[in-house]
Ligand binder design. Structure first.
Ligand code: SF4
Ligand code: SF4
Length: 392
């Protein structure tokens, strides 16, 4: 039976119940759920939309087109509500919240595991067979499950890791032991190279790719997505909000729905996994299922683009060959985006601290003149200085 079920909707009482949990969380850990509870107590009951499902490439899994990126979610109740209303896929990683994110997902999955596909990731630095197997076994214990549906190699920046025999041996062993069902990759940088390698791999070892894709993406990313989907690779879109920066230029208009609709209008994208911190964000994102991308959305995205054009980095990585010091400019910028767009300082710092100092923005301190060239014309020296100030 296909995973995911449709509930009749969610009423004020359920939101209030969640809100009370959220209030406790707010006192304990600063959750925004208390605000969400007040919001829903004062507003009309919210009915979840009829969920829409697409097939995830050759895995054959039918997945809700808006699925759950759990990386920012402090509260299992938000996940539970999503799962009880047709969202049937959750993406997590041990890296997120120093392991706590998988614990939060585990709490939400209790009694629901059979209804939800679970995807997690190896640690970015894991390379050996033992490391990869240990990563997955640790995730299984934390998630309190005997298998994950998709294990993803985290943060591939080129095609090389796709073909490492030791990596494949580890993943094949995990599949044989029933601990994982499918293998995938995630990528933020050199995305076309990674996607094309998945297609060109004669063994078709990896079945899915989690890829940054939004209305700011270079056309090469869209083309590579279409090619990969055509070859049966299941495409999962992340970073659909282009940083999710709050901008006064849009007034009270949120660009989130328009951005999600933009990504989902590509039929080669199976689903998006927006990070949803609280009930308000869940309601906003989930409502998009089944909505067409319209002219009004295009106008909103044009305004958002104009507001962020001076600083938004699409993480293409093409500038890095022009920096003589080897600074990983796109990773520095991604960390900055986590801090200033997502407003998740923990994720920003953990991402930034994975860089060696010699590849961080600190390396710029010894550089007399910035010669790095951005394909979009961003002032890279200024971005690096900003990163040093924000991520110190
Ligand atoms: S200032 Fe520019 S060229 Fe110099 S190390 Fe930093 S990014 Fe590279
Ligand atoms: S700074 Fe410019 S060239 Fe470098 S990754 Fe960002 S958008 Fe691409």
């Amino acid at each position: 039976m296909e995973k995911g079920k449709r509930a009749a909707g969610i009423g004020r009482r359920q939101f209030l119940k969640v809100g009370m949990v959220g209030t406790a969380s707010a006192m304990l850990g600063g959750s925004a759920l208390a605000d969400a509870a007040v919001h829903y107590a004062q507003s009309a009951p919210f009915a979840f939309p009829q969920p829409v499902y697409r097939t995830l490439g050759r895995t054959g899994l039918k997945i809700s087109v808006v699925s759950f990126g759990a990386m920012l979610t402090p509260e299992p109740e938000v996940l539970k509500i999503a799962f009880d209303n047709g969202v049937n896929y959750v993406d997590t990683a041990r890296k997120y919240m120093d392991g706590r994110n998988e614990e939060i997902v585990a709490r939400a999955l209790k009694g629901r595991r059979d209804n939800v596909y679970v995807a997690t990731k190896t640690l970015p630095g894991s390379r050996s067979k033992d490391d990869i197997i240990r990563d997955v076994e640790t995730s299984l214990r934390t998630l309190e499950t005997d298998h994950v549906d998709i294990i993803q190699l985290h943060n591939l920046t080129d095609k090389d890791r796709i073909f490492v025999p030791e990596t494949r041996e580890a993943l094949a062993r995990l599949k044989k032991d029933g601990k994982v069902r499918f293998c995938g990759a995630t990528t933020h940088k050199n995305q076309p190279e990674v996607l094309n390698a998945l297609v060109d791999d004669k063994d078709r070892f990896f079945d899915t790719c989690l890829v940054g894709y939004n209305f700011e993406s270079p056309k090469e990313v869209g083309e590579a997505i279409n090619r990969a989907a055509g070859a049966g690779v299941g495409i999962i879109a992340m970073k659909t909000q282009a940083g999710g920066y709050k901008t006064g230029a849009l007034g009270k208009i949120s660009p989130h729905q328009a951005a999600l609709k933009w990504a989902l209008q590509n039929p080669n994208v199976t689903m998006a996994i927006p990070g949803m911190k609280d009930l308000a964000q869940l309601q906003e994102d989930i409502a998009v299922m089944g909505m067409p991308f319209q002219y009004a959305d295009e106008r909103i995205l044009r305004r958002y683009h104009a507001a962020v054009a001076g600083f938004y980095c699409d993480l293409c990585g093409t500038c890095e060959g022009t920096c003589p010091q080897g600074v990983e400019i796109s990773t520095v910028n991604r960390s900055l985006m986590y801090a200033e767009g997502y407003r998740d300082r923990g994720l920003a710092l953990s991402t930034y601290r994975e860089l060696p100092v010699t590849a961080s923005a600190d390396a710029c301190l010894d550089c007399p003149v910035c010669t790095a060239q951005c394909a979009k014309g961003l002032n890279i020296a200024s971005k690096m200085a900003r990163a040093r100030a924000v991520l110190a």
